[in-house]
Design a protein around this ligand. Structure first.
Ligand SMILES: C[S@@+](CC[C@H](N)C(=O)[O-])C[C@H]1O[C@@H](n2cnc3c(N)ncnc32)[C@H](O)[C@@H]1O
Length: 273
C-alpha cells in the first residue's frame, strides 16, 4: 500500500513546516485532533509514520470536509466520478457552476478534487454567496485522478471522526492525554497580505483571541496543543507566556509573485515539553 499524501493543494498547506512540526510533537498521545485540517499535511505525515490512534479531523469548510467524507465512505464512487472530469476550460466552468446540493457525496468530493487540481494556483476562495469562484488554471498535464493516492488516503481515513464544525468544538472532544494541532488562518503580516479568509466568513482578530483561549483552556485540562501562525506582533502578544519558537518557511499564499518568499512563522505549545 502506498503512503497517503495530501489529496488537496491547500493555501497554508504545511508541507514545508512538517519537519519542524514533527520534531515538536509529544512522544506519545492518546487521540489526535486537527480542527483546522485543510489539506491535512501533518495528519497524513503522522498516518504514514503510523503514529496515530483515534483521530478527529474537522474544518469549517463543508466542501473540504465532503472530500474526506467522500473518500472515507465510498472511494470507488469518488474515483468513478473523478474519471468523468476532463481538463478543459469550458468543462471547468460548467463543473464550477454546479450546485453541490444537487450532487451525491462522492460527486461533491470529486468536484472539489477536480476544481482543486485544475483551478488557478490550487486556491480555495468563495464569493459572498458562498460559491467557489477561482478561475481556470493553466497546467501542462494535471493529474486529476491519482487513484493510488486516493485509495491510500481512504485507507488512513478509515475510522477517523470527520466533521464540518468550528474549532471551538475541540473542547468537547479532547480528553486529557490527547494532542491537538491548530493551524488557523494566518494573522496577516501586512495590510496588503490580507489572505485571512478561506471562505466568506473570514478569520479576524476576535477569532484569533478565541483560539488562544481554547488553546489555554486545553492546557489547563491536560490536553497538549501545538499551534502555528505567522510571526506578527499580535500573535506574539496573544501567546506571551507560552513556549514559542520562530521558524522560517517559503510559503505561497498570495497570487502576486512579490508576496512570495521566506516568511517567519511561530510554533507555540500550551504545555512545556
Ligand atoms: C491554514 S489552513 C490549514 C492548512 C492545513 N494545515 C494544511 O496542511 O493544508 C486553515 C483552515 O482553517 C479553516 N477554518 C477557517 N475558519 C475556521 C473556523 N472558525 N473553525 C474551523 N476551521 C476554520 C479553513 O477552512 C482552512 O482550511
Amino acid at each position: 500500500m502506498n503512503r497517503a499524501r495530501p489529496v488537496l493543494k491547500w493555501a497554508g498547506g504545511k508541507g514545508q513546516l512538517l519537519p519542524a512540526l514533527l520534531a515538536r510533537l509529544p512522544e506519545t498521545f492518546a487521540a489526535y485532533h486537527e480542527p483546522f485540517v485543510g489539506g491535512g499535511a501533518l495528519f497524513f505525515a503522522l498516518a504514514a509514520q503510523r503514529r496515530v490512534g483515534p483521530v478527529f479531523l474537522s474544518d469549517a469548510n463543508p466542501s473540504l470536509i465532503d472530500v474526506y467524507l467522500g473518500l472515507q465512505t465510498d472511494v470507488d464512487a469518488v474515483i468513478v466520478a473523478l474519471r468523468r472530469h476532463v481538463y478543459d476550460r469550458d468543462r471547468y466552468y460548467a463543473v464550477r457552476a454546479l450546485n453541490p446540493a444537487d450532487l451525491s457525496l462522492p460527486e461533491r468530493a470529486a468536484r472539489v478534487i477536480y476544481l482543486n487540481k485544475t483551478c488557478y494556483n490550487g486556491l480555495y476562495r468563495e464569493n459572498r454567496a458562498g460559491q467557489f469562484n477561482v478561475p481556470f488554471g493553466r497546467y501542462a498535464n494535471p493529474t486529476i485522478c491519482d487513484e493510488p493516492n486516493l485509495r491510500a488516503a481512504a485507507a488512513v481515513l478509515r475510522g477517523v471522526d470527520i466533521a464540518c464544525r468550528p474549532f471551538t468544538t475541540v473542547l468537547d472532544a479532547a480528553r486529557p492525554g490527547d494532542f491537538v494541532y491548530f493551524d488557523p488562518p494566518y494573522d496577516p503580516v501586512s495590510r496588503t497580505a490580507n489572505f485571512t479568509g478561506y471562505d466568506r466568513r473570514g478569520f479576524g482578530p476576535d477569532d484569533q483571541r478565541r483560539l488562544r483561549d481554547v488553546f489555554a483552556e486545553l492546557g489547563r485540562r491536560g490536553v497538549r496543543a501545538m499551534l502555528s501562525n505567522s510571526d506578527t506582533p499580535f500573535i506574539r502578544e496573544l501567546y506571551a507566556g507560552f513556549p514559542l519558537e520562530q521558524v522560517f518557511v517559503g510559503r505561497v499564499v498570495n497570487s502576486k509573485v512579490e508576496g512570495r518568499g521566506k516568511v517567519a512563522e511561530v510554533i507555540v505549545v500550551n504545555l512545556p515539553a
